[in-house]
Design a protein around this ligand. Sequence first.
Ligand SMILES: *Cc1c(COP(=O)(O)O)cnc(C)c1O
Length: 383
Amino acid sequence: MNHTPTFSLPLPMVDLAGQYAKIQPELDAALLAAVRKGAYIQGPEVKAFAAELSDYVGGAQVIPCANGTDALQLALMALDLKPGDEVITATFTYVATAEVIALLGLTPVLVDVRPDTYSLDLDQVRAALSPKTKAVVPVHLYGQAADMEDLLELAAENSLAVVEDCAQAIGARYTFSDGRKAQVGTLGTIGCTSFFPSKNLGCMGDGGAVYTKDAALAERIRMMANHGQKVKYRHDVIGCNSRLDTLQAAILRVKLPHLDSYIHARQEAAERYDKGLKDLPGLQIPVRNPSSSHVFHQYTLQVKNGQRDALKSYLEEKGIPSMIYYPWPLHEQPAFASDRYPKGAFPVAEQLCQEVLSLPMHTELTQEIQDYIIHTIQSFYHS
Ligand SMILES: *Cc1c(COP(=O)(O)O)cnc(C)c1O
């Protein structure tokens, strides 16, 4: 490489400004139009976006809300659980998944994940069932679906609600063994997603949505997201204030038609990383769940032989950022500490927290940038 690179160092982890620049005229016009209309809360863009996203996910009802964490909270509120009821979820996830369970006075019951796809370990879910178990929250981590078919069967046998955390996987499609395909978030009882700026469909602030095909649940969630009211100032249930801003909805309406091309760009980038990194003996490239497409919210390696932190520092010296999602499993977090989880309780998650490393992944990655990243990683192993 003796030509001058067209990128500058340090590289960004994500390039939201670059993505904006490509749709700037459209986006500016939509924003300004919404600003001029003046209906900043529950404006017409919110309803229109909900309808468009509903079409995109195959017809489930979509209830926009303030963020992905609220989406999870609203989903659990709508299930009408009692204090002390147990909700099973993964110990290897973002804190929001389990936080809302505890916040509602429910008991989060954490279990380990599979070492390949990071899906809930179903044997552990089975072992964690108790008469108090009322729901299970699978997480479609990094952008591909968890093992949903078996989980849905287990949930049906035990009358459990399934609340999908698809904050990282919007647009991923799951294929059932009979060939039927469906979008993540529409497979279980309720689906929850996030429009945090760096998510695959990001707005320019906070945003989220709840999906459900159950009309009664949809009505309840819609009410709960708006102070428990259907009729203004008439409060049927205890709710909260969790609405998607009109301006964010206007942005999301412009970006939703680009989501599939954004996903495609991420998948192409993932393939380039795969090709360059698959033969390095100290690295495990992302393992695909054969039943799901992968929308690559993150491109996450497992760095073996205790070399993760050394590789991370080496990359940093060369101007390449990388992130650890997540450095600790939830059962090792002070906030979730419990006698249920002695040290070593979930060895897979504990090891993953020592080995995972996510590389820059976004819609604006070029072959040239990736060649630089790939060559740098190769040189770490060959020096
Ligand atoms: C981002 C994220 C959330 C929370 O979404 P916010 O919009 O940030 O509240 C929940 N779960 C997972 C797995 C996430 O990645």
